[in-house]
Design a protein around this ligand. Structure first.
Ligand code: NAP
Length: 248
């Protein structure tokens, strides 16, 4: 999976490890945060499995928006783990501005990271899943990719594009038993949202029928469901996790 050093990605990695899945994850660099997550996941896995089994979690430094790095990442994962059953494309960034003030660089950077990473990782993992004859890809979109948002035209466009890309892959890969779905979180409390002023947070929450932001683990549970054998006939769906926000 991509981007598990913090936030929603971290919650997804923990949730999958608790279910006994080996987890290969990445962030842009190998740092203390990555090492801490690696240790945490290996702790969870060793508590679950018999001492004879060799479950594992491993972090890799990889900029997943770079085609060659994504190819190298998947090659290393194959050498270490021998197969890939699930791909969760979670890595993503924001760089907000009103369209009036948004620069071309801001537009390019967000599209390149958010959509580019999904393309690069899908290209790298698809041949593996194709050979295996099974696989599940879960792409993290956003309700903003369905409804749009003020000051986030670049981000909303990248997340809308992920939906179109995922639905096309779902059609192309279905015959090989590879499912592709999108989880679209609403407003989830993570570092990405930490800088939002409290008044704005309260206004947003007042518009959510459930009157609170989502939790990272609530997104993780949806990813686990879509990735798992609990839904072998579900592909090409966009599942909003947003407390009932009207325009999602
Ligand atoms: P976050 O806290 O900022 O975490 C982003 C993760 O992505 C980090 O682990 C980061 O790792 C990794 N990452 C970013 N660019 C990368 C790259 N080029 N290559 C490899 N890893 C990269 O974000 P979050 O709030 O958890 O969001 C996770 C996903 O959910 C994103 O796709 C976001 O768009 C989506 N989402 C979030 C919300 C929300 O309210 N938080 C709502 C809807 C959708 P390093 O920094 O270590 O590289």
């Amino acid at each position: 999976m991509t981007g598990a050093t913090r936030g929603i990605g971290h919650a997804i990695a923990v949730r999958f490890a608790r279910e006994g899945c080996n987890v290969a994850f990445c962030g842009r660099s190998r740092n203390a945060a990555m090492e801490a997550v690696e240790q945490e996941l290996n702790g969870i896995l060793s508590a679950l499995h018999s001492p004879l089994a060799t479950p594992k979690a491993k972090g890799y430094a990889c900029d997943v928006a770079d085609y060659d790095s994504a190819q190298a990442f998947v090659k290393e994962v194959m050498a270490d783990f021998g197969g890939i059953d699930i791909l969760v494309n979670n890595a993503g960034i924001t760089d907000d501005a009103a369209v009036k003030r948004m620069t071309e660089a801001q537009m390019d950077r967000v599209m390149h990271t958010n959509l580019g990473s999904v393309f690069c990782m899908t290209k790298a993992v698809q041949p593996v899943m194709w050979r295996q004859g099974h696989g599940s890809i879960v792409n993290i979109g956003s309700v903003v990719g369905i409804a749009g948002n003020y000051n986030q035209a670049n981000y909303a466009a990248s997340k809308a594009a992920i939906i179109g890309f995922s639905k096309s892959c779902a059609k192309e890969f279905a015959a090989r038993n590879i499912r592709v779905n999108v989880v679209a979180p609403g407003f989830v409390e993570t570092e990405m949202t930490a800088d939002i002023p409290k008044e704005l947070m309260d206004t947003w929450c007042s518009r959510i029928p459930m009157k609170r932001p989502g939790k990272a683990d609530e997104v993780a549970q949806a990813c686990l469901f879509l990735a798992s054998d609990m839904c072998p006939y579900i592909t090409s769906v966009v599942l909003p996790i947003c407390g009932g926000m009207e325009d999602a």
